[in-house]
Design a protein around this ligand. Sequence first.
Ligand code: ADP
Ligand code: NA
Length: 330
Amino acid sequence: MTQRVFSGMQPTSDSLQLGNYLGALKQWVALQDTHDAIYSVVDLHALTVAPDREVLTRRTRATAAQYLAAGVDPSRATLFVQSHVPQHAELTWVLSTFTGMGEAGRMTQFKDKSAKVGESGTNVGLFTYPVLMAADILLYDTNVVPVGEDQRQHLELSRDLAQRLNQRLGEGTAVVPEPHIVKEVAKIYDLQEPTAKMSKSSSSPNGLIEILDDPKAIAKRIKSAVTDADTVIAFDPKNKAGISNLLTIYSALTGRPVADIVADYEGKMYGHLKADLAEVVVGALTPVREAAMEWIESPDKLDVVLADGAAKATAIAQATLERIYDRLGL
Ligand code: ADP
Ligand code: NA
């Protein structure tokens, strides 16, 4: 049987960033060919950062638009907005009663985030975030989840919860999801702080390349990327994190091995590499940006696609929830 894959991103910014594109979206698109793929804009997760109403609505649509623009194809994959399928919230409650306090308290992402803002700045939703993520995954009897290193612990919780449901409610209650780790997937670092991963929530605005950036902004951001005092173009993530990150981006977007690119730039200056890389990035992202803008400017059309996706997702989610409720005696 075709394996089912589930993944999602939070609508926490207007534009996704290059790391989301290379580290997630490109794989999602490839997985549509081999898997029964379900992709969600996880807006309930985004509530944990208390966004304004209009901002959340706009970002949810923009995120879906960027999935579509990157090649998520609603005729081959299910694309929906999490809050359109109420079963996510319902299963979250059930799973929260299967999650130990200590177990939830060990989640390092919560510990990191709450350490930054302090107890008064955090909320229970942030604490139970991994339980909602487990509900996202288990609702679709998901076999595989593409995950980055930072989400591994959360996926481990999803697996533990699936196994616990099967122990307490009988085999066949939940499918235990496997991580899908693609070795060749590039990890992209912040342009200003090349030891930190590039992130939508980067603290330095020039640290990231956004999918919706225009060519001038992309060139500017790459030009101002932090490098080092040396002049040699070499791949050495430990000692030359900035240049190595630029080479990784170049390689990921062109499909050329890093060693070949390094050979091309022997004796050349950082400025040459940056100028060429800006062209490569602009070439790769321009069609994505243009397609995304078309979707963003046709919200009615986009909403039809999302309503259709929500209907498909609901049918699966409802069947799973009924199975679990029945075994619980609900
Ligand atoms: P962000 O930090 O931009 O909010 P998320 O943590 O929500 O991104 O991740 C969304 C998806 O994008 C995940 O699959 C994650 O592995 C991938 N991703 C995010 N940032 C990067 C990066 N810098 N390099 C590679 N993949 C990334
Ligand atoms: Na994030």
